[in-house]
Design a protein around this ligand. Structure first.
Ligand SMILES: [Zn+2]
Length: 230
């Protein structure tokens, strides 16, 4: 049965059926600062019909863990525009039913920073860019296409806008449209305003975001993207 585990320790229980049902772990909060430093994993499962869902799980036996996981799931749902699946456990999915694994991992980590009792906020499609001193606005053009714009246009700005477009494409697994990289679209065909808003902040400093990702991979939490099937 479940035992209370020390923080940061996740036992190997691969032979247990209930563990297999968790799915594949794709991200980890090793010490939750808002709940006794417990370890929380984000697991990905795909249903027979191909729909992807994400489960939050902790091996901690502390009382109140379920409530903490549900609260974290609620924050993820708000920040990332996901829906919580009914039933036991803290399980979510995107409205489109697709995976968006990379974006979901970032979302999980961001949601983990939300203090208990504080309502999670959706990030707007607008941000101040310190590099240019301009406001960057993402315009939602149609169903799944987004355009990066800045107030005031000149030649130097176009390059910066393209860099932000490329950053968004990389971080949110979006497709770039055109040579100038000012437009991106989701691969699932659906709108994901919340995710685009969340990752816009990171896209302004792509180098730092990529460094964080490499550090996470070197901690052994992840399989390298080149080895992933989707
Ligand atoms: Zn989608």
């Amino acid at each position: 049965m479940m035992q209370q585990m020390g923080s940061g320790v996740e036992p190997m229980r691969v032979n247990r059926p209930h563990v297999r049902a968790l799915g594949r772990r794709i991200e980890l909060i090793s010490m939750d600062p808002h709940f006794h430093d417990i370890t929380i994993g984000l697991y990905e499962t795909s249903a027979p019909d191909g729909a992807i869902s994400y489960l939050l799980h902790s091996y901690s036996g502390r009382s109140g863990v379920d409530q903490r996981l549900r609260s974290l799931a609620a924050s993820m749902a708000t920040i990332g525009g996901l829906v919580i699946e009914p039933g036991e456990g803290a399980r979510l999915r995107f409205r489109c039913g697709k995976g968006h694994r990379l974006a979901c991992r970032r979302l999980f980590v961001e949601a983990g920073k939300v203090k208990p009792g504080v309502e999670a906020q959706v990030r707007p499609l607008q941000i101040a860019d310190r590099t240019t001193g301009r406001t960057i606005t993402i315009v939602h053009d149609d169903a799944n296409t987004y355009r990066v714009t800045a107030d005031g246009l000149d030649d130097g700005r176009a390059q910066r806008i393209g860099a932000i477009g490329r950053g968004l494409a990389r971080l949110a697994e979006l497709e770039l449209i055109g040579e100038d990289a000012t437009r991106v679209r989701t691969t699932c065909g659906h709108a994901h305003d919340e995710l685009v808003g969340l990752l816009l902040m990171r896209a302004l400093n792509l180098r730092a975001a990529m460094r964080e990702q490499e550090e996470a991979m070197s901690r052994g939490m992840l399989v390298a993207p080149s080895a992933q099937k989707s």
